[in-house]
Design a protein around this ligand. Structure first.
Ligand code: ADP
Length: 260
C-alpha cells in the first residue's frame, strides 16, 4: 500500500485539513513482476539457440569444416536452431500484434462461415498430421455463421490442432467441433494423446509455460502457442479452457459470445 498525504491551507496559510491518498500497488507490483519475468524468459529462450549456433560455428571454424560429414551434420543443427529462433520471434510478434490491436481498439469481426474456418485451419495443419498419419475430423454444421475475426480465430485453431497432433500417438484422430450453444459459439479440439496432469493445468496458458520443456522443444514448440490462443479468445470477449486426463487425452474449448 502506498500512502501519500498533503496538508490543505487557506489563503492565510492556516491548516484547514488534509488529503490522504491510499494507493493499492499490489496490482502494479504484480504487473511489474510479470513484465520482468517475461523479459527474462524471452532472453533465455533466445539465448539457448544462439549459444548452440555460436558453438557449432566455432567448431566449424576450428577445423570441423575439413571433414565434410561433420560439417554437414553441424550445418544441419545450425539450420534447425535458426528455424527455432525464427519460430520464437514469429510467435512473439503475433502476441504483441494481438495485444496492440486489443489495447487500441476492439478487433474487427465479420460474419464468418465457421465450417470454412475449421477447414482452412485443418488444412494448415495437414502436413504435420500426414507425417504422423493423424486424421483431423471436422464436426460442424455447413451453414453455421458467427461474428469472429477470421484470421485470428484461424490462428487460435491452428495452434490447438497443431498441439493435439503433436501430443497424439501415430495413426490417431483429432476432432475439431464447433457449434452454437445459446448465445455462444463453442469451438473444441480433442485428442486421445498423452494428456496433462491436473496440477499443471492452471499454468498452461502462461507464456513459455511447458509441462516438459525438453519434449516441447523436440517437437518444435515455443511455449507461446496457448498464450496466443488465450489472447485471441479474450480479444473476442471469450474464454479458453482445458479438460485433460493423463493417458486418455485433452479437450481445449474456446467459447465466444455471439451477442453483445
Ligand atoms: P508448446 O509450443 O510447447 O506446445 P503451448 O503453449 O502450445 O506450447 O503449450 C504449452 C504446454 O501445454 C505444452 O508444452 C504441453 O506440455 C502442453 N500441451 C498443450 N497442448 C497439449 C495437448 N493437446 N496434449 C498434451 N499436452 C499439451
Amino acid at each position: 500500500l502506498r500512502v501519500q498525504g498533503t496538508l490543505l491551507r487557506d489563503a492565510h496559510n492556516k491548516k484547514i485539513g488534509a488529503v490522504v491518498v491510499l494507493n493499492d500497488i499490489t496490482q502494479i507490483r504484480r504487473l511489474e513482476r510479470v513484465r520482468k519475468d517475461f523479459v527474462a524468459n524471452v532472453s533465455h529462450e533466445l539465448k539457448t539457440p544462439v549459444t548452440s549456433i555460436k558453438g557449432f560455428i566455432e567448431t566449424l571454424l576450428d577445423g570441423a569444416l575439413d571433414d565434410p560429414e561433420d560439417a554437414a551434420r553441424f550445418i544441419k543443427i545450425i539450420e534447425r536452431q535458426t528455424n527455432r529462433l525464427n519460430h520464437i520471434i514469429q510467435d512473439l510478434l503475433t502476441l504483441s500484434r494481438i495485444e496492440e490491436q486489443t489495447e487500441r481498439t476492439s478487433i474487427e469481426v465479420v460474419p464468418a462461415n465457421i465450417k470454412g474456418l475449421l477447414s482452412t485451419a485443418a488444412q494448415l495443419c495437414q502436413l504435420r498430421a500426414s507425417e504422423k498419419n493423424v486424421e483431423i475430423k471436422l464436426d460442424c454444421e455447413n451453414d453455421l455463421i458467427a461474428p469472429v475475426n477470421p484470421s485470428l480465430l484461424e490462428q487460435a485453431l491452428v495452434n490447438l490442432i497443431d498441439n493435439a497432433i503433436k501430443y497424439s500417438p501415430q495413426d490417431d484422430t483429432v476432432t475439431v467441433n464447433a457449434h452454437q450453444d445459446q448465445n455462444n459459439i463453442v469451438f473444441s479440439v480433442s485428442d486421445n494423446g498423452c494428456g496433462i496432469k491436473a496440477k499443471y493445468l492452471p499454468r498452461l496458458f502462461e507464456r513459455f509455460y511447458r509441462v516438459d520443456k525438453a519434449r516441447s522443444r523436440k517437437l518444435g514448440g515455443t511455449g507461446l502457442g496457448l498464450a496466443i490462443v488465450k489472447h485471441i479468445s479474450q480479444a473476442h470477449g471469450g474464454t479458453v479452457s482445458v479438460e485433460s486426463t493423463p493417458d486418455i487425452g485433452s479437450t481445449f474449448t474456446i467459447t465466444i459470445p455471439t451477442t453483445n
